[in-house]
Write a protein that binds this ligand. Structure first.
Ligand code: MF3
Ligand code: CO
Length: 246
Protein backbone atom coordinates (compact mmCIF):
# COMPACT_ATOMS: atom_id res chain seq x y z
CA UNK A 1 0.00 0.00 0.00
CA UNK A 2 2.09 2.85 -1.31
CA UNK A 3 1.21 6.18 0.27
CA UNK A 4 0.35 9.13 -1.92
CA UNK A 5 2.23 12.44 -1.74
CA UNK A 6 0.25 15.69 -1.39
CA UNK A 7 0.83 16.41 -5.10
CA UNK A 8 -0.43 12.93 -6.02
CA UNK A 9 -3.51 13.42 -3.86
CA UNK A 10 -4.33 16.54 -5.90
CA UNK A 11 -4.22 14.43 -9.08
CA UNK A 12 -6.40 11.71 -7.49
CA UNK A 13 -8.95 14.38 -6.59
CA UNK A 14 -8.99 15.64 -10.16
CA UNK A 15 -9.40 12.10 -11.55
CA UNK A 16 -12.22 11.56 -9.07
CA UNK A 17 -13.93 14.78 -10.06
CA UNK A 18 -13.94 13.89 -13.77
CA UNK A 19 -15.30 10.42 -12.88
CA UNK A 20 -18.05 11.90 -10.70
CA UNK A 21 -19.09 14.40 -13.36
CA UNK A 22 -19.07 11.73 -16.07
CA UNK A 23 -21.52 9.69 -13.97
CA UNK A 24 -23.76 12.73 -13.44
CA UNK A 25 -23.69 13.24 -17.21
CA UNK A 26 -24.40 9.53 -17.80
CA UNK A 27 -27.47 9.74 -15.59
CA UNK A 28 -28.98 12.41 -17.87
CA UNK A 29 -28.61 10.07 -20.88
CA UNK A 30 -30.35 7.02 -19.42
CA UNK A 31 -33.80 6.59 -20.97
CA UNK A 32 -35.82 3.95 -22.79
CA UNK A 33 -34.64 3.41 -26.38
CA UNK A 34 -30.97 4.40 -26.04
CA UNK A 35 -28.37 1.78 -26.86
CA UNK A 36 -25.61 0.99 -24.40
CA UNK A 37 -23.13 1.74 -27.24
CA UNK A 38 -24.43 5.29 -27.54
CA UNK A 39 -24.05 5.78 -23.78
CA UNK A 40 -20.49 4.45 -23.99
CA UNK A 41 -19.59 6.78 -26.87
CA UNK A 42 -21.04 9.88 -25.23
CA UNK A 43 -19.48 9.16 -21.83
CA UNK A 44 -16.10 8.49 -23.46
CA UNK A 45 -16.30 11.79 -25.35
CA UNK A 46 -17.23 13.59 -22.12
CA UNK A 47 -14.23 12.17 -20.25
CA UNK A 48 -11.81 13.09 -23.04
CA UNK A 49 -13.28 16.61 -23.39
CA UNK A 50 -12.69 17.13 -19.68
CA UNK A 51 -9.02 16.17 -19.78
CA UNK A 52 -9.27 12.52 -18.74
CA UNK A 53 -8.79 9.16 -20.40
CA UNK A 54 -11.38 6.36 -20.16
CA UNK A 55 -9.05 3.81 -18.57
CA UNK A 56 -11.15 0.65 -18.94
CA UNK A 57 -10.61 0.65 -22.71
CA UNK A 58 -7.96 -1.95 -23.46
CA UNK A 59 -7.58 -2.92 -19.78
CA UNK A 60 -6.94 -6.68 -19.94
CA UNK A 61 -8.47 -6.41 -23.40
CA UNK A 62 -11.79 -4.84 -22.36
CA UNK A 63 -13.17 -3.53 -25.68
CA UNK A 64 -15.10 -0.40 -24.60
CA UNK A 65 -14.68 2.71 -22.43
CA UNK A 66 -17.32 1.92 -19.82
CA UNK A 67 -18.96 -1.15 -18.31
CA UNK A 68 -22.73 -1.06 -18.79
CA UNK A 69 -24.62 -3.85 -17.04
CA UNK A 70 -28.38 -4.26 -17.46
CA UNK A 71 -30.67 -6.14 -15.01
CA UNK A 72 -29.18 -9.62 -14.38
CA UNK A 73 -25.76 -8.46 -15.56
CA UNK A 74 -23.79 -7.93 -12.35
CA UNK A 75 -20.74 -6.12 -13.75
CA UNK A 76 -18.48 -5.85 -16.81
CA UNK A 77 -21.34 -5.61 -19.32
CA UNK A 78 -19.92 -4.73 -22.74
CA UNK A 79 -21.70 -1.81 -24.44
CA UNK A 80 -23.59 -3.03 -27.52
CA UNK A 81 -26.58 -2.37 -29.78
CA UNK A 82 -28.86 -3.40 -26.89
CA UNK A 83 -31.53 -0.79 -26.23
CA UNK A 84 -32.53 0.12 -22.70
CA UNK A 85 -36.21 -0.36 -22.02
CA UNK A 86 -38.66 0.96 -19.47
CA UNK A 87 -38.37 -1.03 -16.23
CA UNK A 88 -34.70 -2.00 -16.69
CA UNK A 89 -32.01 -1.11 -14.21
CA UNK A 90 -28.61 -0.21 -15.63
CA UNK A 91 -25.28 -0.09 -13.85
CA UNK A 92 -22.71 2.24 -15.36
CA UNK A 93 -19.11 1.82 -14.22
CA UNK A 94 -16.60 4.47 -15.23
CA UNK A 95 -12.82 4.61 -14.86
CA UNK A 96 -10.80 7.73 -15.60
CA UNK A 97 -7.06 8.30 -15.77
CA UNK A 98 -5.81 11.83 -15.18
CA UNK A 99 -2.05 12.53 -15.42
CA UNK A 100 -1.26 8.97 -14.36
CA UNK A 101 -3.81 8.71 -11.51
CA UNK A 102 -7.20 7.02 -11.48
CA UNK A 103 -10.81 7.46 -10.49
CA UNK A 104 -13.29 4.57 -10.51
CA UNK A 105 -17.00 4.75 -9.69
CA UNK A 106 -20.31 3.10 -10.54
CA UNK A 107 -24.00 3.73 -10.06
CA UNK A 108 -27.14 1.76 -10.87
CA UNK A 109 -29.86 3.85 -12.52
CA UNK A 110 -33.55 3.12 -13.16
CA UNK A 111 -34.75 3.25 -16.79
CA UNK A 112 -38.09 5.06 -16.71
CA UNK A 113 -40.45 3.62 -14.16
CA UNK A 114 -39.16 0.53 -12.37
CA UNK A 115 -40.66 -1.91 -9.87
CA UNK A 116 -40.49 -1.21 -6.15
CA UNK A 117 -38.38 -4.30 -5.63
CA UNK A 118 -35.76 -3.14 -8.13
CA UNK A 119 -35.70 0.32 -6.53
CA UNK A 120 -35.16 -1.27 -3.14
CA UNK A 121 -32.23 -3.29 -4.51
CA UNK A 122 -30.65 -0.08 -5.84
CA UNK A 123 -31.20 1.76 -2.56
CA UNK A 124 -29.88 -1.06 -0.35
CA UNK A 125 -26.79 -1.50 -2.55
CA UNK A 126 -26.00 2.21 -2.25
CA UNK A 127 -26.65 2.20 1.49
CA UNK A 128 -24.42 -0.86 1.95
CA UNK A 129 -21.50 1.26 0.71
CA UNK A 130 -22.29 3.92 3.33
CA UNK A 131 -22.72 1.31 6.07
CA UNK A 132 -19.26 0.01 5.14
CA UNK A 133 -17.44 3.33 5.10
CA UNK A 134 -18.71 4.15 8.61
CA UNK A 135 -15.85 1.82 9.62
CA UNK A 136 -13.24 3.08 7.17
CA UNK A 137 -10.51 4.73 9.18
CA UNK A 138 -6.70 4.83 9.09
CA UNK A 139 -5.32 2.34 11.62
CA UNK A 140 -8.44 0.15 11.65
CA UNK A 141 -8.96 -3.27 10.07
CA UNK A 142 -10.33 -3.17 6.54
CA UNK A 143 -12.44 -6.23 7.45
CA UNK A 144 -14.72 -3.98 9.49
CA UNK A 145 -15.80 -2.28 6.27
CA UNK A 146 -16.28 -5.57 4.41
CA UNK A 147 -18.22 -7.13 7.24
CA UNK A 148 -20.56 -4.14 7.60
CA UNK A 149 -21.39 -4.19 3.88
CA UNK A 150 -22.19 -7.90 4.01
CA UNK A 151 -24.30 -7.70 7.16
CA UNK A 152 -26.38 -4.84 5.83
CA UNK A 153 -27.03 -6.36 2.39
CA UNK A 154 -27.74 -9.85 3.74
CA UNK A 155 -30.21 -8.46 6.28
CA UNK A 156 -32.48 -7.83 3.26
CA UNK A 157 -32.03 -11.40 2.02
CA UNK A 158 -29.81 -10.26 -0.87
CA UNK A 159 -26.79 -12.11 -2.25
CA UNK A 160 -23.35 -10.51 -1.85
CA UNK A 161 -21.06 -11.29 -4.78
CA UNK A 162 -17.79 -12.86 -3.64
CA UNK A 163 -15.77 -13.33 -6.81
CA UNK A 164 -15.20 -9.65 -7.48
CA UNK A 165 -14.06 -7.07 -4.97
CA UNK A 166 -13.09 -3.46 -4.51
CA UNK A 167 -9.43 -2.55 -4.62
CA UNK A 168 -6.68 -0.10 -3.92
CA UNK A 169 -6.43 2.60 -6.60
CA UNK A 170 -3.87 5.27 -7.47
CA UNK A 171 -1.10 5.05 -10.05
CA UNK A 172 -2.89 1.96 -11.30
CA UNK A 173 -6.61 1.21 -11.57
CA UNK A 174 -6.17 -1.90 -9.45
CA UNK A 175 -3.76 -1.97 -6.52
CA UNK A 176 -3.59 -3.94 -3.28
CA UNK A 177 -5.40 -4.47 -1.07
CA UNK A 178 -8.52 -6.10 -2.42
CA UNK A 179 -11.66 -4.93 -0.66
CA UNK A 180 -14.17 -7.78 -0.37
CA UNK A 181 -17.80 -6.98 0.31
CA UNK A 182 -17.99 -9.81 2.84
CA UNK A 183 -15.91 -11.30 5.61
CA UNK A 184 -14.98 -11.04 9.27
CA UNK A 185 -14.19 -7.79 11.07
CA UNK A 186 -10.75 -9.16 11.92
CA UNK A 187 -9.96 -9.95 8.24
CA UNK A 188 -7.71 -8.01 5.91
CA UNK A 189 -4.96 -5.44 6.39
CA UNK A 190 -4.86 -2.32 8.53
CA UNK A 191 -6.05 0.71 6.55
CA UNK A 192 -3.19 3.14 5.80
CA UNK A 193 -3.45 6.93 5.70
CA UNK A 194 -2.79 8.69 2.38
CA UNK A 195 -4.06 5.84 0.26
CA UNK A 196 -7.18 5.43 -1.86
CA UNK A 197 -9.60 2.54 -2.07
CA UNK A 198 -12.35 1.80 -4.59
CA UNK A 199 -15.17 0.30 -2.56
CA UNK A 200 -17.83 -1.36 -4.68
CA UNK A 201 -20.61 -3.55 -3.37
CA UNK A 202 -22.19 -5.78 -6.05
CA UNK A 203 -25.49 -6.99 -4.62
CA UNK A 204 -27.88 -9.54 -6.13
CA UNK A 205 -31.62 -9.67 -5.47
CA UNK A 206 -31.42 -13.47 -5.25
CA UNK A 207 -28.50 -15.88 -5.21
CA UNK A 208 -24.97 -14.53 -4.76
CA UNK A 209 -23.82 -17.02 -7.40
CA UNK A 210 -22.62 -15.67 -10.70
CA UNK A 211 -21.65 -16.91 -14.14
CA UNK A 212 -19.30 -15.35 -16.71
CA UNK A 213 -20.40 -15.47 -20.35
CA UNK A 214 -18.30 -16.71 -23.30
CA UNK A 215 -17.08 -13.18 -24.04
CA UNK A 216 -14.98 -13.49 -20.88
CA UNK A 217 -16.46 -10.34 -19.31
CA UNK A 218 -20.24 -10.23 -18.99
CA UNK A 219 -20.99 -11.42 -15.46
CA UNK A 220 -24.59 -12.49 -14.78
CA UNK A 221 -26.53 -13.83 -11.83
CA UNK A 222 -27.12 -17.60 -11.95
CA UNK A 223 -30.82 -17.16 -11.19
CA UNK A 224 -31.10 -14.24 -13.67
CA UNK A 225 -32.55 -11.99 -10.97
CA UNK A 226 -31.32 -8.38 -11.09
CA UNK A 227 -28.12 -7.09 -9.55
CA UNK A 228 -26.96 -3.60 -8.56
CA UNK A 229 -23.54 -1.96 -8.18
CA UNK A 230 -22.43 1.14 -6.31
CA UNK A 231 -18.80 2.26 -6.24
CA UNK A 232 -16.75 5.24 -5.16
CA UNK A 233 -13.07 6.06 -4.95
CA UNK A 234 -12.34 7.03 -1.35
CA UNK A 235 -9.28 8.86 0.02
CA UNK A 236 -8.14 7.91 3.52
CA UNK A 237 -6.33 10.63 5.47
CA UNK A 238 -4.96 10.58 9.04
CA UNK A 239 -8.07 11.96 10.63
CA UNK A 240 -10.86 11.53 8.07
CA UNK A 241 -11.91 10.10 4.73
CA UNK A 242 -12.99 11.89 1.56
CA UNK A 243 -15.17 10.39 -1.14
CA UNK A 244 -13.54 11.59 -4.37
CA UNK A 245 -16.28 10.52 -6.78
CA UNK A 246 -19.37 11.87 -5.05
N1 MF3 B 1 -14.88 -0.95 -11.58
C1 MF3 B 1 -14.43 -2.19 -12.15
C2 MF3 B 1 -13.23 -2.65 -11.42
O1 MF3 B 1 -12.74 -1.95 -10.64
C3 MF3 B 1 -14.27 -2.10 -13.61
C4 MF3 B 1 -13.09 -2.69 -14.27
S1 MF3 B 1 -13.55 -3.11 -15.84
C5 MF3 B 1 -12.21 -3.26 -16.81
O2 MF3 B 1 -12.76 -3.74 -11.52
F1 MF3 B 1 -12.65 -3.25 -18.01
F2 MF3 B 1 -11.41 -2.26 -16.62
F3 MF3 B 1 -11.60 -4.34 -16.49
CO1 CO C 1 -13.46 -0.72 -9.32
Amino acid sequence: MKQLSPAQIVLMKKAGEITKNALLYAETLVKPGVTTNSLDNLISEYIINHGGKPCFKGYNGFPKSTCISVNEVVVHGIPSQRKLKEGDIVSIDIGVEYKGFHGDAARTFPVGKISEEKQKLIDVTKQSFFEGIKFLKAGEKLGKVSSAIQKYAESFGYGVVREMTGHGIGEKLHLNPSVPNYGKESDGPIVQANTCLAIEPMINMGTRRIFILEDGWTTITQDLLPSAHYENTVLILDDRIEILTL
